[in-house]
Ligand binder design. Structure first.
Ligand code: VGL
Ligand code: ZN
Length: 197
């Protein structure tokens, strides 16, 4: 079975949001349009407690988009975003969230960020999505959503490493593009065996 994995199409990643991705709203109708082509539709939702360790506001003297070192490796510090239960954490109003079989939340551990829908940023703490896909007989995943160079990238690379057949629809993604992060992400996904279309 082939699943559509819709990454973080939430208000805070759309224009007007706390961590707005340029054009983030432009992909919503296209994502809705392809949902019927898949045997399963899964949404991920970035879901941070207030004061999360990925927020610049949680680190003295830090500014958003600074790079810091965490026990699990380098971490970009972000503006406060996708706080649990806030309007910014809600899905874009037009996204057909009622079509989803599963919503995977991530980033709820205060001490670890989670770009990937499969593992937290320590690359070892699972979200449970791998088991869900396996037990439903899903072997192929197509990824769309926000942001192409962060959460879509990390999710796609993890899915490929786990042995899924992975495609990313670039036309249904938008990127943050911080210091060359988009080029790095495209190269990393290609090296991992992800099909970029
Ligand atoms: C994301 C930065 C921080 C994403 C989530 O969805 O790409 N980026 N949290
Ligand atoms: Zn986040």
């Amino acid at each position: 079975m082939h699943a559509l994995l819709v990454i973080d199409v939430q208000n805070d990643f759309c224009p007007g949001g706390a961590l707005a991705v340029a054009g983030g709203n432009e992909i919503v109708q296209g994502i809705n349009g392809i949902m019927p082509e898949f045997g399963a539709v899964i949404l991920s939702q970035d879901w941070h407690p207030a004061g999360h360790s990925s927020f610049a506001s949680s680190h003295d003297g830090a500014s958003p988009y600074d790079l810091t070192q965490m026990p699990y490796g380098p971490q970009v510090l972000w503006p406060d975003h996708c706080i649990q239960g806030s309007g910014g954490a809600a899905f874009h109003d037009d996204l057909l969230e009622g079509r989803a079989d599963l919503i995977v939340r991530k980033g709820f551990n205060p001490a670890i960020d989670s770009y990937s829908a499969f593992f937290e940023n320590d690359h070892s703490t699972p979200t449970g999505l791998e088991g869900y896909l396996h037990t439903r007989g899903i072997t192929q995943v197509t990824l769309v959503g926000l942001a192409l160079d962060f959460c879509v990238n990390f999710s796609a690379v993890d899915a490929a490493k786990l042995g899924f057949d992975v495609t990313v629809r670039q036309d249904l993604c938008r990127a943050i593009d911080l210091d060359g992060s988009l080029d790095g992400a495209l190269a990393g996904m290609t090296a991992a065996g992800v099909t970029l279309i």
